[in-house]
Design a binder for this molecule. Sequence first.
Ligand SMILES: [Ca+2]
Ligand SMILES: [Ca+2]
Length: 160
Amino acid sequence: MRLELASVLLCSLAFAVAEDTSRCPGGFIKHGGACYWFSRIKGTFAEARSYCQFLGSHLARITSKDEDNFLRSHATGTGKSYWLGAMDLGREGAFMWEGGFPLNYTNWTPGEPNNLSTGDKLELCLILYRHYDHEWNNVDCGSAENFICERRVSGCCCSK
Ligand SMILES: [Ca+2]
Ligand SMILES: [Ca+2]
């Protein structure tokens, strides 16, 4: 019984904490069940991916309109483009999220993705593009850009 009370107290404490961003690491912003980090530094796609890994996260994967709207709302007005974690490894316009997940939701701006296998330059990486109001574009992976890292909110103890 005493154990049960302790468990309930712990749970309500954890739930109270969950109301703010404290279940996200410092600098990350909480939305839904995930934490996001908007870089102020720029790097190539590969550098951005490594940096996110260093922060215990991965380049952001957008899987819903809600997530897209949230990330774009934070990106808008910054004058920056942001790498997301998808590439076109087959060079045929078939982008995949890192980890091999298909892009079930997309928000390509009209005319994108372009410069596929027949193009004169390869654009194999996905970005929230500043000139397209942060709709999606494929660009050269070697370009130096800002990026968004994502990780799950830290697991907790309540079975809610
Ligand atoms: Ca996501
Ligand atoms: Ca493009």
